[in-house]
Design a protein around this ligand. Structure first.
Ligand SMILES: Nc1ncnc2c1ncn2[C@@H]1O[C@H](COP(=O)(O)OP(=O)(O)O)[C@@H](O)[C@H]1O
Ligand SMILES: O=P(O)(O)OC[C@H]1O[C@](O)(COP(=O)(O)O)[C@@H](O)[C@@H]1O
Ligand SMILES: [Mg+2]
Length: 440
């Protein structure tokens, strides 16, 4: 965590409008209190960090507490909001859209809410994607479905043109639902707005099943991803046990961070080997994976392997061509297929019979509807996003840290991708669960 004491959120200006929500300012009256501007949440609650502060006579790093403010920057009756979803799909996007619309409409009385279609593309008029008017009746049932009713896209758009479109359509609040790319885009839009001296608030709601957004506890949809992956692992285990020396390889998403693969393995402890992008591993050699797999088969006659899509890319060799998607993200080579071929070749050479099944559930996982816990999380994120926006905060994301909802400057969470700490307790849990060697 940074040595900076407060992660303050940029504000559009003085808050002069009273909030239309009837909350309290005193405790003991059984009514929730407005959140004060000075309310802070500790970024790091470890005793070590507390001691460091005492030793160095510094204050611990603090974040702005999310929640409804008593005074607002925007006059709700004359406010227009827009919502856009970008990047890959993720369980819960529709829940967030629903939560935003309901909070804007019912808590604050914001009646003009526009849905931007197909990601940032929809903010460029030449692309011909019309805005959709979002009202409670239109969104009341959308939490039942995966995907996004607004559509999404990847690929760069002109920031200037997007801001022109916000101005032309008199949009005061832009809620962006997306991952690191979307958030960088949101920040760039916020910078352009600042440059032009406009009063438009830009808000980010972190979405990515990869859970790779830095600082926050988790991104929405991530939990559903390993919920949906779990029965697939159960079935993969059935396939493996159903054959002599049966091996099931399941590839799960996770471009640069292996949280889905690792979490699935702990949730379904029938997994024997997990490979994540954070890991450096070898196939060959005395301490390599293939030897460990042979030992496992000789003892148990079956094995389940879970591999994150971004794992083991070093095995493809230096000169393999790198492909990127429209947003510039690396498209990884198929590590599942490589493992299948290398395992096959190894056991052939060893004259050891085995049966390998390769399962790639791919998009099935991220297009699922949110589970109950993610649905709850999405709604709470949406409500807090609306409270922060109405208070005139801008270029911020809403997230949960240490189990508390907070506002963070976008720039703080897109500095780097969150990755599994290979020396941390979480990865140690993976090793305890799978029983795989600590290093391979
Ligand atoms: N640095 C950036 N500045 C402006 N827009 C960006 C930036 N990085 C990504 N974007 C845009 O954000 C959108 C979503 O990004 P992408 O990486 O595809 O998904 P995600 O938000 O899920 O990470 C794309 O339209 C992309 O062009
Ligand atoms: O094939 P697509 O749709 O571009 O997306 C694939 C990628 O999307 C993800 O599911 C999530 O990525 P984003 O968070 O950047 O959208 C990655 O795990 C995966 O590599
Ligand atoms: Mg991304």
């Amino acid at each position: 965590m940074s040595s900076e004491t407060n992660f303050n959120i940029s504000s559009l200006g003085a808050n002069t409008f009273p909030s239309p929500i009837n909350l309290s300012k005193t405790t003991g009256d059984k009514i929730f209190n407005f959140v004060e501007e000075h309310d802070r949440i500790l970024a790091d609650v470890s005793v070590e960090s507390f001691n460091t502060c005492i030793d160095n006579k510094t204050r611990p790093a603090c974040l702005e507490k999310a929640g409804p403010r008593e005074k607002l920057f925007f006059d709700s009756k004359n406010t227009t909001a827009a919502i856009v979803s970008c990047g890959g799909l993720c369980p819960g996007i529709n829940n967030v859209i629903r939560g935003l619309v309901m909070a804007l409409h019912y808590f604050y009385g914001v009646k003009r809410i526009l849905g931007v279609q197909y990601g940032y593309e929809g903010l460029i008029p030449e692309n011909g994607h019309e805005f959709i008017e979002l009202v409670p009746d239109k969104v009341k049932d959308i939490h039942e479905f995966g995907g996004t009713i607004l559509g999404s896209s990847r690929g760069a758009q002109s920031v200037e043109k997007m801001v022109d479109s916000l101005v032309k359509n008199k949009i005061d609040l832009l809620f962006t639902i997306g991952g690191d790319g979307t958030l960088k885009g949101a920040n760039a839009i916020g910078d352009e707005i600042e440059k032009r001296g406009l009063n438009i608030s830009i808000i980010g709601i972190p979405k990515t099943i990869d859970n790779d957004i830095d600082l926050i506890d988790k991104s929405f949809g991530f939990e559903t991803s390993f919920d949906v992956a779990s029965p697939i692992i159960r079935d993969a285990h059935n396939e493996a046990t159903g054959a002599f020396n049966g091996i099931s390889i399941v590839k799960l998403m996770g471009r640069d961070s292996g949280f889905i693969a690792a979490s699935t393995a702990i949730a379904m402890p029938v997994v024997n080997f997990v490979f994540v992008p954070e890991m450096d591993f070898q196939l060959e050699g005395e301490n390599g994976f293939l030897e460990a797999l042979k030992e496992r088969l000789n003892q148990k006659r079956h094995a389940v392997i879970v591999v994150a899509e971004g794992a083991g890319q070093h095995l493809f060799g230096e000169d393999s061509k790198t492909y990127t998607d429209a947003s510039g993200n690396i498209i990884h080579q198929d590590i599942g297929l490589l493992l299948k071929h290398r395992i096959n070749a190894y056991f052939d050479a060893e004259n050891m019979k085995c049966t390998i099944k390769y399962i790639d559930p791919s998009y099935i996982i991220r297009s699922a509807p949110a589970n109950a816990n993610d649905s709850l999380f999405c709604n709470r994120l949406a409500y807090h996003a609306v409270h922060g926006a109405m208070a005139g905060k801008t270029k911020f994301v809403v997230g949960r840290l240490n189990n508390k909802f907070v506002y963070l400057p976008i720039l703080k969470v897109v500095n780097k991708r969150k990755k599994i700490n290979m020396e941390g307790e979480f990865w140690f849990s993976v090793l305890q669960s799978t029983g795989q060697p600590f290093t391979m």
